[in-house]
Design a protein around this ligand. Structure first.
Ligand code: NA7
Length: 530
């Protein structure tokens, strides 16, 4: 059994940052990763068109060793470039010597000796004092129980389980179930290649213009003079992006003309600007939200030729408050529906009845397909953790503990699971916080906590049931005081049948970071040390 101060599970942004930080602080650390390379979701999501929705230079580490010699080719980099970025980070920070790849963790048990024992799929065991779970919010793909799915005779893959040698859409009849971020991206790739493309939509996505562009090497080199200051700004309010700033004014605090200008400016900037970079009340106030939706709807409908298709993709009445399901970014998603080979099926009016060997049968029609793409998302936030047999005090199982809902303190610690901390986990700012920004401020917080414990001779840190209940109640208040609680989304755990409905992501990264800071300033309030 290999013995360490700290074991980290997961080699995405959070896990790699912690390895770098904690090793520099003199801890013995091992990072264990199921996949064959670094980058977390970017290893797994190799479906055609996979691309990050955060623009350069937000989606990268702030350490100069990582950005000094690194050059991006696109404003929103694609999956392969992101994987190469992680290889570059690996070299720049010399990480791999402390990482075991191809090591899927099956069990983590907290023992009577106050240490964790971690068991891999091969039966290899590790022991550590502190366990850091960095399994990400989207590491467990979700495949709905579609009757007859196993009988499909063609090629069928979930986007997050895509084969390494790819799938050729050329001249084939392709069906795509799901229109979230992954579905939008695959549609854009498949539409020009497939002989026939059928998109099965249950809920329309409010996709925003990416405004993608190539990045010139010289311009990036010049911009780097401003990077240190930008990365400091990324860690301060407002927001967690270098350059997306929400106004300190509500939608109706300005004239109609000013409002149009603000919306139009954000639209032209592209990316998440229109989602989180306009007025302060868009995600809080129904009327303000409606103004944003109407702007989005009118812009979007203007691109769709067939009014009946426009009614499904961008309905006159909002299907849910704008931005309370995650908006995806698109390049020519809506234009794809003007192509003669592309067809949209509304699953609300004609649900899937069965999958047959030849394709998909809905209540009204049968669609013969050669390829079926399941862009159906993830058991988000909790699935990556509950997939592992994690057992805390008294052998209690995390999966069972969370079966009626998640309680954590700050989205980082679970009552009854001492010396285990989660990064980018449920009930933290996860998914409302730019990944690398969150990885760094949470990682720094953990590093300071572990150093303090070492200085004071503590070997145990845990939170209490009262703190867990209080944090959950706080998130419930946030769900009620914003528009997020009204929508069935994976933020609310509502995309998985039977999953407890609760807000699983803290919807304000500035306020979240302040909470972490005040906890620390008060001597790690809510934590008990031993
Ligand atoms: P998402 O955003 O969860 O999207 C999944 C899509 O699959 C969504 O449109 C769902 O419709 C649809 N879905 C799920 N189950 C079914 C069934 N049973 N029938 C029909 N359609 C279904 O996952 P993505 O992978 O696109 O993106 C996840 C995040 O990863 C993304 O936001 C980024 O942060 C990266 P629904 O909306 O539930 O009606």
């Amino acid at each position: 059994m290999e013995k360490f101060d700290v074991v980290i599970v997961g080699a995405g942004f959070s896990g790699l940052y912690l390895l770098y930080r904690l090793r520099n602080e003199g801890f013995s650390v091992r990072l264990l990763e199921a996949q064959s390379g670094l980058g977390g979701v970017w290893q797994a999501n190799r479906y055609p068109g996979a691309r990050v929705d955060s623009h350069v230079p937000n989606y990268e580490y702030s350490m100069e060793a990582c950005w000094r010699d690194w050059v991006w080719t696109e404003r929103f980099p694609g999956r392969d470039e992101l994987v190469r970025y992680f290889e570059h980070v690996d070299q720049a920070l010399d990480l791999s010597r402390d990482i075991d790849l191809n090591t899927r963790i099956e069990a983590c048990h907290f023992g009577g000796d106050s240490r964790w024992t971690i068991t891999s799929h091969t039966g290899h065991r590790f022991t550590c004092s502190v366990l850091l779970m960095c399994t990400g919010f989207g590491s467990k793909p979700y495949t709905p129980e579609l009757p007859g799915l196993a009988s499909f005779a063609g090629t069928c893959h979930h986007t997050a389980l895509w084969p390494a040698d790819g799938v050729d859409f050329t001249g084939r009849r392709v069906g795509i179930i799901g229109t979230g971020a992954s579905g939008v991206q695959v549609v854009q790739e498949a539409a020009p290649e497939a002989e026939r493309l059928v998109i099965f939509q249950r809920t329309p996505v409010t996709a925003l213009p990416m405004q993608q562009r190539q990045l010139a090497r010289a311009a990036q080199a010049a911009a780097k003079a401003g990077y240190p200051e930008m990365f400091v700004r990324r860690n301060a309010p407002p927001g967690n992006f270098c350059d997306i700033v929400r106004l300190d004014a509500g939608v109706f605090d300005v004239t109609e003309e000013e409002r149009e200008t603000v919306f139009e400016t954000a639209w032209q900037k592209g990316g998440f600007h229109f989602w989180v970079g306009t007025f302060s009340d868009v995600l809080i106030d129904e009327a303000a939200n409606r103004a944003a939706y109407d702007f989005w709807r009118d812009k979007t409908r203007a691109r769709i030729d067939d009014p009946a298709v426009a009614d499904l993709l961008a309905p006159i009445e909002p299907p849910y408050p704008f931005g309370t399901k995650r908006p995806s970014l698109e390049q020519d998603y809506y234009d794809c529906f003007n192509r003669p080979n592309v067809e949209l099926v509304d699953l609300r009016s004609t649900p899937i009845e069965t999958i047959e060997p030849s394709g998909v049968r809905t209540r009204d029609a049968a669609f013969e397909l050669d390829v079926l793409v399941l862009a159906t998302g993830f058991d988000a936030n909790t699935g990556g953790l509950t997939a592992i047999d994690i057992r805390g005090r008294d052998n209690s199982s995390l999966t069972e503990t969370w079966s009626n809902g998640v309680d954590t303190h700050l989205g980082m610690a679970v009552p009854g699971f001492p010396n285990m901390l989660m990064l980018y986990g449920p009930q933290s700012a996860t998914a409302f916080c730019n990944g690398p920004t969150c990885a760094e401020f949470q990682g720094d917080w953990v590093a300071r906590l572990l150093k303090r414990m070492r200085t004071r001779g503590h070997s145990l840190v845990e939170t209490t049931a009262e703190m867990g209940e209080a944090w959950t109640a706080h998130l419930a208040e946030l769900a009620d005081s914003t528009l997020f609680g009204r929508t069935d989304s994976w933020y609310m755990g509502a995309n998985i049948p039977g999953k407890h409905r609760q807000l699983l992501n803290y919807p304000n990264s500035d306020a979240y970071r302040e909470q972490l800071g005040s906890c620390e300033a008060l001597g790690y309030e809510g934590f008990v040390f031993g």
